[in-house]
Design a protein around this ligand. Structure first.
Ligand code: FPP
Length: 281
């Protein structure tokens, strides 16, 4: 057995780490192989507006309820010892929404970071933010920096919040960073996949194995375009505020049913994929 496998076997998740579970969750957990969980789960949290509309509530009530779902998802993934979780909180396209909704979303995130810091620390979660952070309001930038600094020493799951994020923008930013380095040191102009991956916001993280999208849309919506090259995609009709722990476990069970071939004939990661190292290690 390799060192990494021994480490996983000794320190892997146990059912107890989830605390009390419902009968439905217990049934799903029976079908889940805790040793074969995805290393990185990425989520497009969609359907907050529709959830609110169905209840004749303002859209922002859907976002508030969605924050509660984010909390449950974060804690469950951390306790299952998943290496990384990325949540799509605000895209570069979301600036087209009414200013009141944008302000509310930014405020919600700031509140979350303040209120949930003890839970993040207790679960040893390390925070990262993916996106053009320099374009965010100054207060948000401050809170984001503080959350990263406060959790930098944690050794558990990496929680990435995609904020002012666009997949194409990320690739353009990476290319510009590489161009800048090339101009500085006169290096050759051929760019490799590894080099590009090293300049993405997700530098050092394994690529997502599982991409979850709620509320039924069959779109990737400019999310982690490079990184989801081999991800299994799980789309559920459940609206994000209703995506409870059982629905998350269901997605993990479904993931384990898929045969991953990476273009080959059996489960074998492609040679260009980075090793299972997580940023900061
Ligand atoms: C999509 O629903 C959701 C968003 C654009 C925002 C998601 C943000 C949160 C849940 C806030 C908290 C995040 C964290 C990380 C604490 P939508 O408004 O597009 O829904 P619709 O398609 O039904 O209109």
């Amino acid at each position: 057995m390799s060192q990494t496998k021994i480490h996983k076997a000794l320190s892997g998740p146990t059912l107890e780490s989830l605390g009390p579970v419902t009968a439905e969750e217990a049934q799903l957990l029976e079908r889940l192989d805790l040793a074969r969980l995805p290393r990185h789960v990425a989520v497009i949290m969609d359907g907050n507006g529709r959830w609110a509309q169905k209840r004749h509530l303002p859209r922002v009530a859907g976002h508030r309820s969605g924050t509660q779902t984010a909390r449950t998802t974060i804690e469950t993934c951390a306790r299952l010892k998943i290496d990384a979780l990325t949540l799509y909180a605000f895209s570069v396209e979301n600036w087209r929404r009414p200013k009141t909704e944008i302000d509310f979303l930014m405020q919600l995130l700031r509140e979350y970071l303040k209120k949930e810091m003890p839970l993040l620390q207790k679960n040893e979660i390390r925070m990262r933010f993916l996106g053009r952070l320099e374009e965010l309001p100054a207060g948000v930038q401050r809170d984001v920096r503080e959350a990263m600094d406060k959790t930098a020493g944690n050794t558990g799951m990496v929680l990435c919040v995609a904020l002012n994020y666009g997949g194409r923008a990320e690739i353009v930013d990476a290319m510009n960073a590489i161009l800048g380095e090339h101009q500085g040191n006169g290096a050759s102009s051929r760019i490799t996949e590894e080099q590009l991956a090293r300049h993405l916001y997700t530098e050092g993280l394994p690529d997502p194995d599982l991409l979850i999208r709620t509320s039924g849309e069959m779109r990737v919506s400019n999310f982690l375009l490079w990184q989801i090259a081999y991800a299994e995609i799980f789309v559920t009709d459940t609206l994000w505020p209703d995506f409870n722990r059982a629905r998350l476990l269901e997605a993990l069970v479904e993931f384990q049913k898929r045969e991953r071939r990476y273009g080959g004939i059996r489960e074998d990661r492609p040679t260009t994929e980075k090793p299972a190292r997580v940023a900061g290690e």
